[in-house]
Design a protein around this ligand. Structure first.
Ligand code: BES
Ligand code: MN
Ligand code: ZN
Length: 497
């Protein structure tokens, strides 16, 4: 996101080559439509009637203006019927606008604010979500092509026609944070290594004044983070455990919300090697870490009155003569021992040490995010994030944030019997792969063994982190899922006293 300037004008005073008006089924009733006709000669009611433009949700049309008005093009976007409206109607419709603005390489995008007043919500909130939508829709996957001469597209001016002093910082920051997470996930694994992940975290920490600590291989050996180290054992790239702290909750480091992310920069499967076709795309196995970093970026702008800690465990999962094997027994940071059944169940191993470290550093509430299992895709498809929890009331609170952010989360059960299977081993406290039946639950449940009684939600984003094709909010590739939910949760969550 490259907005360098936000111009606010009295309604009708804007000049723009990309003037966005939202139209809906009852648009013909509204005063601004008449005013716009007077100013530009464009009669939206007539155009709607002749079906030259559409009020269908997400439909975008470009209407050139013929008068000397300073507005050279009106861009209409349909919002559908008022009875169906939610904030996601705005987000998704304006993401469609963002995509068209990208195609048109529009440098200035101006929103006609009165057209959004049909919404009952606070106008500032509506406009922020619209801005967020445009930003998400304009996302482009960064590439490394040497043969392209085209200059990168930049959206540099945002116009708001019909308001003064409307603050769009949050809408801009939200799109930027999600797009940042997308870019991390889209980055190739030879570039986004664990060391680079730590540099990215340092950049975010510096931007917002967060406290940051990065543990390297030696420090991890000193504290005995044997599970993260085990996954890193076959790699030439050193591991990183990244810990970031935002002190928003006053003097004391209490009621700390811990956000924990899986940061596997590439997952070969290890000796339990993935077949070639399943290995492609495993650069995205740090989607949880990206969601946590993106959320911290947004939290740095929102600055909620809450203490938040981010913990990211990062390494790749590779093979050499020193790599772990199935049948190995390792000792985690918690002291619990683990029988390795599958070296491809590596995410839960690094998360085990990450949640233990988060607890040691004072986390009172936990959410972990991970591209953990193919099982979640089998269970829920590619468009739903799977969840597991140890605390229903806490999960309900979390769901409020997910619903508000409009990111679909569905909870799966974690039963006594599931736990029994995770604890079944002749040689260790736990085994890392109890079976392929319902294995999303085993992945989450394994992490739960290290969480113990701390209220906790586990999010499996293996399906939702990456889109196989273009979708309403963005292009094929990384989605930046859970950034908005995590930041919303940090903002709204009230611990029980
Ligand atoms: N990173 C994968 C999960 C994954 C699969 C992410 C597809 C994105 C898309 C994870 O480390 C993994 O390999 N999980 C195994 C677990 C099994 C060995 C118990 C799986 O899902 O098969
Ligand atoms: Mn794996
Ligand atoms: Zn993995």
């Amino acid at each position: 996101m490259n907005v360098k300037q936000v111009n606010q004008t009295k309604f009708g005073k804007a000049t723009s080559s990309f003037y966005v008006v939202a139209v809906h089924r009852a648009t013909d009733q509204e005063q601004w439509v008449k005013d716009l006709k007077e100013k530009t000669g464009v009669d939206l009611v007539a155009l709607l009637k002749q079906q030259l433009i559409s009020h269908e949700e997400g439909k975008v049309s470009l209407v050139p203006t013929m008068q000397e008005t300073g507005i050279t093009r009106i861009v209409t976007v349909g919002l559908g019927a008022k009875s169906d409206w939610t904030m996601s109607t705005v987000r998704e419709s304006f993401a469609a606008v963002g995509k068209v603005a990208l195609q048109a390489k529009a440098e200035e995008v101006t929103i006609c604010v009165p057209a959004l007043e049909a919404f009952e919500q606070e106008i500032e909130e509506v406009v922020n979500v619209a801005v967020e939508g445009i930003g998400l829709g304009q996302y482009v996957v960064p590439h490394y092509k040497a043969t392209v001469n085209e200059a990168a597209y930049e959206w540099s001016t945002l116009g708001l026609d019909g308001v003064e002093d409307l603050d769009v910082t949050v809408g801009l920051a939200s799109a930027e944070a999600v797009n940042y997470a997308r870019t991390l996930v889209n980055m190739p694994p030879n570039i986004l290594t664990a060391r680079e992940m730590a540099r990215q975290a340092e950049k975010i920490a510096e931007k917002h004044g967060f406290e940051i600590e990065v543990l390297g291989k030696e420090e991890l050996e000193e504290i005995g983070a044997g599970a993260l180290l085990a996954v890193n054992q076959g790699s030439v790239e050193p591991p990183r455990l990244i810990v970031m702290k935002y002190h928003g909750g006053g003097e004391d480091w209490t009621d700390v919300l811990g956000l924990v992310g899986k940061g596997i920069t590439f997952d070969t499967g290890g000796y339990t090697l993935k077949p070639g076709a399943s290995m492609v795309g495993m650069k995205g196995d740090m989607g949880g870490a990206a969601a946590v970093l993106g959320a911290m970026d947004l939290i740095g702008t929102l600055r909620p009155e809450r203490n938040v800690m981010a913990v990211i465990a990062s390494t790749d999962n590779m093979i050499n003569g020193e790599a772990i094997r199935p049948d190995d027994v390792i000792t985690s940071l918690s002291g619990k021992t683990i029988e390795i059944v599958s070296t491809d169940a590596e995410g839960r191993l690094v998360l085990a040490d990450a949640v233990t470290y988060a607890k040691q550093e004072g986390a009172d509430y936990l959410v972990d995010v991970a591209t953990l299992t193919g099982g979640v895709i089998v269970a829920l498809g590619k468009d739903k994030t799977g969840a597991v929890t140890n605390d229903e009331a806490y999960f309900e609170e979390f769901m409020q944030a997910a619903i508000e952010a409009d990111e679909f989360v569905w909870r799966l059960p974690l039963t006594k019997n599931d736990k029994k299977r995770i604890r079944k081993s002749l040689v260790a406290d736990l085994n890392n792969a109890p079976g392929r039946d319902g294995h999303m639950i085993f992945g989450g449940g394994f992490v739960g063994e290290f969480v113990e009684d701390t209220p906790w939600v586990h999010l499996d984003i293996a399906g939702t982190s990456d889109a196989e094709g273009p979708h309403v909010l963005g292009p094929k590739g990384a989605t930046g899922v859970m950034v908005r939910t995590l930041a919303t949760f940090a903002e709204q969550f009230e611990p029980e006293k």
